[in-house]
Design a protein around this ligand. Structure first.
Ligand SMILES: NC(=O)c1ccc[n+]([C@@H]2O[C@H](COP(=O)([O-])OP(=O)(O)OC[C@H]3O[C@@H](n4cnc5c(N)ncnc54)[C@H](OP(=O)(O)O)[C@@H]3O)[C@@H](O)[C@H]2O)c1
Length: 241
C-alpha cells in the first residue's frame, strides 16, 4: 500500500498537536503539520499554494475559531475561519484530489432531542459558533468531492485549546483555587457513578476551609478521567473516611 501524505492544519492547537503525535506513531504515512503561522486558512491563495506544493492525500482541517462565547461578538472572525476558511481548504483539496476532513462539533445541534443524535438529524445551532460550523460543514460538502465531517463534543488534551487559557484540568483547578462557587464546581464534577455525591454533600458551599476537600474530589475525578495529578499542590491528600 502506498504511503499517504497527511497534512494537519491548525497543527499547534489542542487537537492538532495530539493528532500529529498519534499519526506519527503510525508509519503507514507521512504527517505534515501546518500551523496558523505557516498558513492562514482565511487566505484562499495561501491555502491553494500550500496544498499544491505539498500535494497531500488527506488534509485534516483542525484550524478553527473555537472561543464559543467570543464568537457572539466576533461573528465575522468566526465565520471567516470556521466557514470561509473551511471552504478555502475544501477547494484546495478538490484541486489536488485530496480527502478533506473537517472537524465539526455537537454545537450544530440545540441539545433538545433527548436521545443521542445521529448524522441525519437536522442541525439547529443556538449560537454563532454552532452556526459558523454548520456553514463550514455545508461549504466543505459543496466544494470537496471527497470529504469527511467529524462532529465531536468537548475535547481534552494536555495542550489545551489555544486562546482558552490552559487545558481543561488547569482551568478547573484554577477555578477551584480562585474559590469560585465551589458548590457549582462540585455539583458539576461529582458523578453518581463515582459515588461522590455523599462526599460533595459534606462540603458546605460557602465554607472557606473546603477548598482542600474540593481539591481531593477534583483530584479523584480527574485522575480517573485524565491522570493529570501533577497539577495539584502538595496540600492535597486522599480523603480517609
Ligand atoms: N475544543 C473543543 O472542546 C472542541 C469541541 C468540539 C469540536 N471542536 C473542533 O475541533 C477542532 C479543533 O479544536 P481545538 O480544540 O484543537 O482548537 P484550538 O486549540 O483553538 O486549535 C485551533 C487551531 O486553529 C488555528 N487557527 C486559528 N485561526 C486560524 C487561521 N485563520 N488559519 C489557520 N489556522 C488557524 C489556531 O492557531 P493559533 O492559535 O496560532 O491562532 C490553532 O492552532 C475545531 O474544528 C473545533 O471546532 C473542538
Amino acid at each position: 500500500m502506498n504511503r499517504q501524505r497527511i497534512v494537519v492544519l491548525g497543527s499547534t492547537g489542542q487537537l492538532g498537536t495530539d493528532l500529529v503525535e498519534v499519526l506519527r506513531l503510525d508509519d503507514k504515512g507521512e504527517t505534515v503539520p501546518v500551523s496558523h503561522a505557516a498558513c492562514d486558512c482565511t487566505n484562499a491563495n495561501e491555502v491553494g499554494e500550500m496544498l499544491r506544493k505539498l500535494h497531500p492525500d488527506v488534509v485534516i482541517n483542525c484550524a478553527a475559531y473555537v472561543r464559543v462565547d467570543d464568537c457572539e461578538d466576533h461573528a465575522r472572525e468566526a465565520f471567516a475561519v470556521n466557514a470561509i476558511g473551511a471552504l478555502n481548504v475544501a477547494r484546495a483539496c478538490a484541486a489536488v484530489e485530496a480527502l478533506c476532513v473537517y472537524i465539526s462539533t455537537d454545537y450544530v445541534f440545540d441539545g433538545s432531542k433527548g436521545s443521542p443524535y445521529v448524522e441525519s438529524d437536522p442541525t439547529c445551532p443556538i449560537n454563532v459558533y454552532g452556526a459558523s460550523k454548520v456553514a463550514g460543514e455545508h461549504l466543505v460538502q459543496q466544494a470537496a468531492p471527497h470529504s469527511l465531517i467529524v462532529r465531536t463534543s468537548s475535547l481534552f488534551g494536555k495542550t489545551g485549546a489555544r486562546g482558552k487559557g490552559g487545558n481543561f484540568v488547569e482551568t478547573i483547578v484554577a477555578k477551584a483555587k480562585a474559590a469560585l462557587p465551589r458548590w457549582r464546581i462540585l455539583s458539576h464534577l461529582c458523578h453518581r457513578k463515582l459515588r461522590l455525591w455523599r462526599c460533595a454533600e459534606t462540603v458546605p458551599p460557602d465554607d472557606s476551609e473546603s477548598l482542600p476537600e474540593a481539591s481531593v474530589l477534583l483530584q479523584y475525578w480527574l485522575s480517573r478521567m485524565v491522570r493529570h495529578r501533577e497539577y495539584f499542590g502538595p496540600h492535597v491528600t486522599r480523603r480517609q473516611n
